[in-house]
Design a protein around this ligand. Sequence first.
Ligand code: MG
Length: 386
Amino acid sequence: MPAKAVIVHLDADAFFVSCELALKPELRGTKCAVGGRERGIISSASYEARACGVYTPMPTSRALQVCPDLILLPHTFGLYSRVSRRMFDLCETLTPVVQRNSIDEGYLDLGPCGLADAAAVDAAMRGLQARIWDELSIPVSIGIATNKLVAQIASKLCKPRGFVSVAPGAEAAFLAPLDIGKLPGVGAKTETTLKARGVAKIGDVLARSESELAAIFGDGWRAMVAMARGEDFRPVEVDREDAKSYSQQETFGADVGDFAAIERVVKRMIDELLPQVRADGKRARTLTLKVRYGDFTQETAGRSLPEASDLEGPFYPLVEPLLRKAWTRRRPLRLVGARFSGIEDGPAQMDLFAGETDEKKRRLAAVLDRLNAAGGTARVRHGHQI
Ligand SMILES: [Mg+2]
C-alpha cells in the first residue's frame, strides 16, 4: 500500500504588514496596518492592531476610530510580490511540487522529498519556517496533513507562527472539536444558521443521520460529510515556469459589499501583477475578474484589449465595467480575484530599464504611462518610440 501523501499548507502571517516590518523592524510589536488613508481600506493589520479590533478589509476611517494610535503604512508597490516570489523560491528548494495559491499562501507536496517519517517531515518544515524568517523576516504558519483541506485548516489554527501537524488517520478526530465555521465555504451567516440547528462543531455533522443531514444541508450533505471526515482528493498543482497567466486573489475576513472598496482592491492587484508581467518581459491581452459570494458561488467576467500591454493604463478603465458585469448579485463578496491571460512575449528588454530595481521600473512605467495617456503622435513605451 502506498504511503499516505504529505501535504503542507504554508500561510504567511499578516503578509503585507510583515513585508513592511521587514524593512522597518522598529515598528515590530506596534499596532500598525497597511492601508490607504484617503477613503482607503485596511489590507493587512498587525496582530497587535487586530487585538485592538482592526481587521481586513475595514475602512481606514473606521480602523482609526477603533484604534486611534494605529500606525498607518502606505501600500508599497511591487514589494509584496517580490517577497512572495522569494518565499516560494525557498519552498521550492525543499520540493518541486509547490502550488502558489495566492500572494501569501500555497501548498507543498512533500511526496518527492522521500522523508522517512513524521519526525523528518516536521524537522524539514520547521527548518523552512525558520529559513523564511531568517532570510526574509516573514513569519509563516504551517499545517501538515494528508490532504489540502486538513492542511489548510491546520495552518490557520494557531496563527501567527503556527505549526500544526495532523497524523494520517487522525483527520476526523482533529476536525471534530473545531467550530463548523472552520470548514471552507461555511461563512458567518451559514455558521449561525447551523449552530441554531445544533451543528456547532465539525464533529456534529458526523453525529447526525442521513435524513437529518439532508434536511439541514440539502443536496450538499454528502460533500459536507466528506469534509467533516477530512477527506479531500485534490492534488497539489504545480505552477509551471512558463505560466500562461498572472493572477492574484484575496479572501476577506468579513464579506465586503462596498463597490468602491472592491474596485480599489482590484486596482491594487493590477499594480502588483503587471510589474511581474514586465519583469518577465511579457505583455497581457486579457483581464478577467472573479467574484465569490459568501455561499461559495462565483462569477467571472473578462475583456481583451485590441493589443496586448504591460502597462496599467489600458487595464484600469476595464476594472469598473468588468466588476459590474461579474458582480451581478446584490450581495457582499467573500473573495475577489484578478487574472491576466493572453500572455505574449513583450518587446526585448529596454536599456532604460536595465539594472533598475523593480520599484524604479514601476515608477518609470508609470511615467511612461502618463505620457501615453497624455496622447500625442508618438507613443512612448519602454524607451522605444513606436
Ligand atoms: Mg496569510
